[in-house]
Design a protein around this ligand. Structure first.
Ligand SMILES: [Cu+2]
Length: 281
């Protein structure tokens, strides 16, 4: 009894302090809802979370109700013995199987169909070779993000590339295709406000794409979602969504700076690669 009380109290205070911590860190945003989604398609993912929460809540409430009804209806009272049922008759087995099948098909089936539709119709329809797409190469390293834009010639790993460190800029409303790799260990390119995440693996090029909505200009964050060493928590880059005109101006300026920093001799500067048309992953 005492142990049960102790662990219940422990759990309660644990939950309380975690909630308080989350609240303190959340600033002016709600801790009950995910961070703002600024992408065209990210809502599909949020919808899946909401649907999962609704379906599991309905199931939870239903099961608790059945337990409560059974406990009160069949309990022992004065002059009546508690009813005890082993649940091993053929009828029980059929009922159990039927309920499990209905739940599996209705809940898991719905989620599976919905997620496959989202993946096939949107998230795996990479626009890498479409003409009006901003292409960016991403190089992850312990503990920073390098970004490379093709520059005026449209080709990567050439002297006119725009290269930035921890500064990822995109024009609002435009499709952005990223090809991603890592210099050292496994990292994961996570754009929470666009609901996309892809592993950055050394020796392999992976890809990801997203499109921000118009009017979502602002400063957000790129984070690393793969424990990658002791400064993993610090592996963040600025993710700046800009008004297209402002972006064009930045692009010009950044091109100048990249030009100044360009050094043909420095091998480590030329980490880019030819843009891949077809990647299977
Ligand atoms: Cu990392």
């Amino acid at each position: 009894m005492r142990e049960a009380l102790q662990s219940t109290l422990g759990l309660f205070f644990g939950l309380l302090s975690t909630t308080a911590l989350a609240w303190a860190q959340a600033g002016d945003r709600s801790i009950w809802t995910p961070p703002r989604d600024i992408s065209v398609d990210g809502g599909q993912l949020d919808d899946l979370f909401v649907l999962t929460t609704i379906l599991t809540t309905v199931l939870f409430v239903g099961m608790v109700a059945i337990l409560l009804v059974a406990s009160f209806r069949d309990k022992a009272t004065v002059g009546k013995k508690a009813e005890y049922d082993r649940g091993d008759t053929k009828k029980d087995a059929v009922l159990l199987l039927a309920a499990a099948t209905v739940i599996f098909v209705a809940v898991d089936g719905t989620l599976m169909v919905k997620s496959h539709t989202a993946i096939n119709d949107v998230f795996w329809k990479y626009p890498d070779t479409e003409p009006d797409v901003l292409r960016v190469e991403v190089l992850a390293q312990q503990w920073a993000w390098n970004f490379r834009y093709a520059g005026a010639d449209g080709k990567f790993n050439t002297p006119d590339d725009i290269v930035t460190l921890n500064d990822f800029r995109v024009p609002a409303g435009k499709k952005v295709a990223c090809q991603i790799t890592s210099k050292d260990v496994l990292h994961s390119f996570f754009l929470v406000p666009c609901r996309v995440k892809k592993d950055a693996n050394p020796g392999q090029i992976t890809r990801q794409w997203f499109q921000t909505r118009e009017g979502t200009e602002g400063e957000y964050q790129v984070t690393c979602a793969e424990i990658c060493g002791f400064a993993h928590y610090k592996m963040q880059a600025r993710f700046v969504v800009m008004e297209p005109k402002a972006y064009a101006a930045w692009e010009k300026e950044a091109a100048k700076w990249s030009q100044i920093q360009y050094d043909a001799e420095r091998q480590d500067q030329h980490w880019g690669w030819d843009w891949r048309g077809e990647i299977k992953n």
